[in-house]
Design a protein around this ligand. Structure first.
Ligand code: IMP
Ligand code: MG
Length: 179
């Protein structure tokens, strides 16, 4: 599997440092207030697991599953809720944890939905951001790393459900897409 990669964009060490820095920034911002961290399945699971170790406040976790991609590398602009939260978030301080913010279609739909549930506050942390691809009017308050407009895999991110188990993030060799 690892032979399919062209370049490594973020090494395990890079990712670890990003999680530590973001965790400290988030800890300082919430000053001990309890949080609900919502991971967007499936891409955010590895990042969420590593990031929350560095957030020093009481927090609950929950998950939401939406689909916007249909196996390929281009967003279709449609978002479908596949799994909703398991508890009420009314009056809670919410931190959405996402793997990558691209067009923003996915996160825009999710934040609109969650804000309608009368939350106290809602912020987004994303490991990766491709700002050049944005279509929806949305930004993440906490960004791990801005990257150029290139398709990446690993550390939760997939191509056709593969490569999520890579411990680092990279780009695929062009021949993988033509298979
Ligand atoms: P958006 O709705 O266009 O912002 O897309 C966000 C979602 O698309 C992310 O949660 C990922 O699941 C997926 N995605 C966007 N870019 C990439 C990429 O480079 N590699 C893998 N998945 C991606
Ligand atoms: Mg995702």
């Amino acid at each position: 599997m690892r032979d399919d990669l062209k370049d490594v964009l973020l090494s395990e060490e890079d990712i670890h440092q990003i999680c530590k820095d973001l965790g400290e920034e988030i800890t300082a911002a919430y000053k001990g207030k309890p949080l609900v961290c919502i991971g967007i399945l499936k891409g955010s699971v590895m990042f969420m697991a590593d990031l929350i170790k560095y957030i020093d406040t009481h927090l609950a976790i929950d998950f939401m599953d939406v689909s916007s991609y249909h196996g390929g590398t281009e967003s279709t602009g449609e978002v479908q809720i596949l799994k909703d939260l398991s508890s009420s978030i009314e009056n809670k301080d919410i931190l959405i944890i996402e793997d990558i913010l691209e067009t923003g279609t996915t996160l825009k739909s999710i934040t609109d939905l969650l804000e309608s549930r009368r939350v106290n506050s809602l912020e987004i942390v994303t490991l990766l951001d491709k700002p050049n691809r944005r279509k929806a009017n949305i930004e993440a308050k906490y960004v791990g790393k801005k990257i150029p407009d290139e398709f990446v895999v690993g550390y939760g991110l997939d191509y056709a459900e593969n490569y999520r188990n890579l411990p680092y993030i990279g780009t695929l060799k062009p021949e993988i897409y033509s298979k």
